[in-house]
Design a protein around this ligand. Structure first.
Ligand SMILES: [Zn+2]
Length: 81
């Protein structure tokens, strides 16, 4: 109950104050993913989408590459966002 509101407040603060940082780290994440997977940015944008991730994996860097379809995005948002 109460904690949901705190989460929402924190989220809107992050969005207001930290958007630029978030966008930079997202771009870094995508760039790194493209390099590791040996794909172009155009391919990434066509087939994948980068979403904030909170999966708890120790290799997780706060972003996840998800297949660019509704089902995958929905599943990710449900379990890891
Ligand atoms: Zn993750």
């Amino acid at each position: 109950m109460g904690w949901v509101d705190v989460e929402k407040a924190a989220e809107s603060i992050r969005k207001t104050l930290g958007l630029l940082d978030d966008e930079i780290s997202k771009e870094k994440f995508i760039k790194g993913y493209c390099e590791i997977s040996n794909i172009t940015r155009e391919m990434y944008d066509k087939y994948f989408v980068a979403l904030p991730c909170n999966c708890g994996d120790e290799s997780c860097r706060g972003w996840a590459t998800i297949s660019n379809n509704e089902e995958s995005v929905k599943l990710h948002l449900e379990f890891h966002a």
